[in-house]
Design a protein. Sequence first.
Length: 340
Amino acid sequence: MNKLLSTLLVWASAVMAVHAQEDGRTDHGSVVRRTDIRSLAQLGHISGSPIAFNEQAVLGRWDITVHQDGRDVPSWLEIQLSGSRTLVGRFVGGGGSARPISRVSYDNGKISFSIPPQWEREDHDLTVEGALQGDSLAGSMVEPNGKEYKWVGRKAPSLVRSGAPVWGKTIKLFDGADLKGWHAMGKNQWIAEGGVLRSPHSGANIVTDEKFRDFKLHIEFKYPKGSNSGVYLRGRYEVQIEDDEGDIRPGYDHLSGVYGFLSPSERAGLGVDQWQTYDITLVGRMVTVVLNGKTVICNQEIPGITGGALDSNEGEPGPIYLQGDHGPIEYRNITITPAK
């Protein structure tokens, strides 16, 4: 680095420090003056040196709410620094799985990116732009169908727990006789008979009335050929259930994966028309999944909400929700042991 560039960088740092009192700081003590950030970025481009991004301002995970046609749709965004000058990330929409963002552009305090369609029928990209507004990140997005929506994001909580959980009493969530303690999210097709909670065809999802924070969940399930379901923890994180025989998609889309994020270490499924068992422990963001007695995910972090989540309020307790809109599915022996 030549002497002139070194002098300019020192000067720019001093300017940012002086303006900190005028412009305020983030909760983490980082300067949020974006005009200075842009100046440094331009300096980096001119000199060929690394860019000095204000990492605390836009980097990290954001829990997003999209205001879409009169309803709030949860989404999630992660922005990371790749190397010394490029921003990359991941995005989760209202449906589908986490999608990689090859580049997040940053200019004059604004971010923007585009990603190709995933499950959408249209061929156009999803485009997103936003800017910091105090502690929030807010902006607009244009869906592949051309519709534009406003959104607002807040920094996702770490959910790190200070100590090991102390477990309370086990609760039976399904008594095998009726739907007491559950409600369907739409026209109900779920039936309770013979100790089995059954959805005979695609229809509404079903959710517990009670909400939970940290817990151990036991649930047994059976699916026919070609079907698909999922168990949503706190209503936000889907542990996948599906007939994945011959499926070539990534492991995190398969049975026992945390959809779009975490892949099982092995395939431990028994196949269609067989009763199978999940024993799932969720403490903060850390999840352990045991499928049919085999630990396939061991105390791994769930980065954010998965597609189909009820909301993006990750710091709050949430229900157990069972997917019923992807084909026939059966459940039984559903119990939960909450942390005290």
